[in-house]
Design a protein around this ligand. Structure first.
Ligand code: AHM
Ligand code: MG
Length: 281
């Protein structure tokens, strides 16, 4: 697992550099020297592909930026699914973005998941890695990721991060979200899944939701690239991740880009989601 973590760290340093220097959103095709400029998310995808290609143990990669999985080494046994730059449209307005990784042994199915990781590119670059029952936070300092601490969720938090288009929510979903606010939960939603979930993890708990709604019955977030990695991290940190009814890690996408409604949080809030959604069946 160490070589994979090292490859992710190297990718993160290169992606951070690309975010810092690129004028994405202003020039799309060519830079001043006439070189083709790749969109930042494509560039991030290529960086990660390049770094993971150098690790012998990696069998297959799947990326939000690639239509189909790509076999790197038939003799490897790790399968890695990643969203190279989640929330990339937020770079133009200088909000935080992230990279997300799910690491599997033998196949892209949640029961084969062995580790998961994300990187937040914010005022600081931080990396969170869940493996062998622990969730660890690292901070990029002087070109290296230094271990900071373990992350544990409390039973209950104070943050409410409700995703999706409100006018398309089911009425019972709106009532549930409103009732959290009525009990003092504070709105924290940037539109970047990585910083929004990072905040809930570091502040001890709360609720992030991206429900199925009339405009997107299966939600927006992709199981392999966004939902499973965070579900693994939340469960390892002592929280829960469900689709409203069942653990998201009990679902199996039929296609690599399939989405699912999702709710991440501490146990108290997620138990409430399950009971509200059960009342609607
Ligand atoms: P992306 O993969 O195209 O960047 O979209 C994913 C992002 C998530 O980071 C975030 O939680 C969600 O889209 C926000 O969606 P919305 O603007 O509908 O609330
Ligand atoms: Mg994404």
């Amino acid at each position: 697992m160490n070589p994979i973590l090292t490859a992710i760290q190297k990718s993160a340093i290169r992606i951070k550099h690309a975010i810092d220097v690129k004028d994405i959103g202003y020039s799309q095709e060519q830079n001043s020297s006439g070189e083709t400029q790749l969109q930042l998310d494509i560039q991030s995808d290529l960086i990660i592909e390049e770094e993971l290609s150098q690790i012998e143990g990696v069998h297959t990669i799947a990326s939000e930026e690639k239509e189909e999985p790509m076999i790197l080494n038939e003799n490897g046994h790790y399968f890695i699914a990643f969203d190279p730059l989640d929330g990339s449209s937020l770079v133009d307005v200088n909000l935080s973005v992230g990279s997300i990784f799910g690491i599997y042994e033998g196949a892209f199915t949640p029961e084969k998941m062995v580790a998961s990781c994300y990187v937040v590119y914010g005022p600081r670059v931080e990396l969170v890695f869940a493996y062998e029952g622990k969730v660890k936070l690292y901070l990029l300092q002087n070109g290296e990721f230094e271990y900071v601490k373990e992350i544990h969720l409390n039973e209950k938090g104070k943050i409410n991060a409700p995703g999706g288009t409100q006018q398309c929510w089911a009425p019972f979903h709106k009532t549930m979200i409103d009732s959290f606010f009525a009990r003092g939960y504070r709105l924290r939603y940037s539109g970047g899944m990585v910083p929004d979930l990072h905040q809930i993890l570091l502040k001890g708990g709360g609720l992030f939701s991206y429900p199925g709604a009339s405009d997107k019955p299966e939600g927006k977030l992709r199981m392999l690239f966004e939902v499973f990695p965070f579900a693994f991290i939340f469960e390892t940190a002592g929280g829960k991740a469900v689709d409203g009814t069942i653990r998201v890690l009990e679902k199996n996408p039929r296609h690599v880009h399939d989405t699912s409604p999702c709710f991440f949080g501490s146990c108290d809030e997620i138990n409430e989601v399950i009971s509200v959604y059960a009342g609607q069946q």
